[in-house]
Design a protein around this ligand. Sequence first.
Ligand code: MG
Length: 222
Amino acid sequence: VLFDAVGTLLRPVPCVAEVYADVGRRFGCELSETEIARRFAAAFAAQEQIDRRWLGGRTSEPRERDRWRRIVGRVFGRPAALEPIFAALWEHFGRAQSWQLDPAAGPLWQELSARGLQLGLASNFDSRLLAICSGKPVLADCRRVFVSSLVGWKKPSVEFFRAIERELTLPATQIMLVGDDLDNDYRAALHAGWRALLLDPRGRWPQLDTIASLGQAAVRLG
Ligand SMILES: [Mg+2]
């Protein structure tokens, strides 16, 4: 059973807009959190489009760094201080303390491990996720952390899933992905022949195989 990272196991605390606003202010870029959130969503979506349409789902460590530099640049309107702002944000979101682990993750991890399931992460994050996991006691011993920048492909590309199958030497039907993204996690996993569970806290997809909270995963996997 593999879990998506951001939005499923981990969330940034303080939130992205608050951190961007603080860091921007330090370098003379005053923007409201509302405006940052709006620009961030647009910039993030634009980079997702580039990944899908131009790069065909391929990625790498340099591409991830470049992607985030472009997102930061677009949020702040290409400021003179782009490099220091970007560096501060890159470092912030690479620290374990910047991310809160869902409180249900600990008990869930214990219970599923006790049932003999192999657990891991399958994320579109970059190699910073390895350091973040090391800083979270629940995840620190996890040896199966798959990040797209190191796999070379990102979700929803089927190649991302195939690479993990090879690494785990398991057939697609014996792997499940639990994630909060309808396309990148749920649909992509099913398309690859995996099982899938969608974390859907707002109940937007009642017709799909969903859980309202991470804590429900243990029952559903029973
Ligand atoms: Mg997610």
